[in-house]
Design a protein. Structure first.
Length: 368
């Protein structure tokens, strides 16, 4: 006995026709009469307004070719990714596998790209990265101005990256991007206890100004260029300071710094690092040595002061001697000198003076 089944498919729907659980075809919009005497027919009605088609038997349906012009089928290999735009808007990234997008209601555009290139470049990169789930497919890296990115894939250096935004595919290899700072940097070398040639232990603080000029060499030759420079500067300080006495070091710090700079430059020349300046910031002496130097300095200053005093006294005596010789040779000048003295004395006391030809000094009678 025949049994009929009636199915109505609306305009924006499609019917997936199964018999005995095997996919047989797609039912277009309209009314359909199906013969189903043993209840073995199943029709799954799906909407084409949804962008992506999902179904437990998706692969069978997609590979059958029954969807025709109503859908775009994407069969992506392990190294392929698909970028999908729906109605002119970016809709997402598809990974390996079979995907179906309905085209009966939406305008769908898809681009298949090879992820083995690792680095992803696209004219619409900004809108792609703005997709909420982009982080699951793409690793985003931003290289700031004044820095350089080093791209390594599976441990091998692939390329250098200038300032800008970059994206790399995930799950196609071990991708790492290390950032090298090309700007001028300062490295403090503090608390270095060094013994001078005359067996004086002092603590020295220095500062090194440097920049990375070859980021590839700096990354390949050493693990950390800054730490390598620090160690080389430590060795140079001990080498240069240890050959000088304390007096020599204190007397000519600039010459010591210049020698240190040349030594450090030579040590790090093969590391891709250029040292611009090296200066000795502080020299800290032990407490007893500071007291001794203070006493030496105090004695030196006292001797200099005594020498200056003796020079001034000698000059004053020499000046007085010259004045006496002039007064002795000129009696008139002597009388004028006496009047000047009298004028200064009269400002502070009363005088009774009798003047004569023998001179004022011989005739002063009384000083009140």
């Amino acid at each position: 006995m025949a049994r009929f089944r009636f199915v109505k498919i609306r305009k924006l729907e499609r019917g997936l026709y199964f018999r005995d659980r095997d996919f047989r075809g797609v039912l277009a919009p309209g009314r359909h009469v199906l013969v189903d005497p043993l209840w073995r027919v199943r029709v799954d009605v799906v909407s084409v307004r949804d962008t992506f088609f999902t179904h437990p038997d998706l692969e069978v349906i997609a590979r059958s070719g029954a969807l025709g012009e109503d859908a775009r089928v994407l069969d992506l290999k392990q190294h392929e990714r698909a970028l999908v735009w729906v109605d002119g808007r970016f809709a997402g990234i598809l990974g390996p596998g079979v995907h179906v997008a309905w085209t009966a209601f939406h305008q769908v555009r898809a681009e298949v790209v090879d992820a083995r290139a690792v680095r992803f470049e696209h004219a619409e990169l900004a809108s792609i990265l703005a997709w909420p789930r982009a982080e699951g497919f793409l690793q985003q890296v931003v290289v700031e101005e004044g820095r350089l990115g080093l791209l390594q894939v599976d441990g091998k250096l692939r390329e250098t990256l200038r300032a800008g935004a970059y994206a790399f595919w995930r799950s196609v290899g071990r991708v790492t991007v290390s950032i090298a700072d090309l700007r001028e940097q300062a490295l403090d070398i503090t608390g270095q206890e060094i013994m001078t040639a005359d067996k004086v232990t002092l603590r020295l603080n220095a500062v090194v100004t440097y920049r990375i000029v070859d980021a590839v060499r700096a990354a390949c030759e050493v693990e950390d260029a800054g730490q390598a420079l620090y160690r080389q500067a430590q060795l140079a300080l001990r080498e240069v300071i240890g050959t000088r006495t304390l007096d020599t070091l204190l007397a000519d710090r600039e010459a010591v710094a210049a020698e240190l700079l040349g030594s450090v430059r030579q040590r790090v020349s093969e590391l891709g690092v250029k040292v611009d300046r090296l200066g000795i910031r502080d020299i800290v002496l032990p407490g007893e040595m500071r007291e001794l130097l203070n006493k030496v300095t105090e004695a030196r200053k006292a001797a200099e002061a005594a020498l200056i005093t003796r020079r001034e006294e000698t000059a004053a005596i020499r000046s007085q001697l010259n004045t006496a010789r002039i007064l002795e040779s000129s009696p008139t000048l002597m009388r004028l000198r006496e009047l000047e003295v009298l004028e200064r004395v009269a400002e502070r006391a009363k005088l009774e003076v009798m003047l004569s030809e023998q001179g004022l000094a011989d005739r002063i009678v009384k000083l009140l």
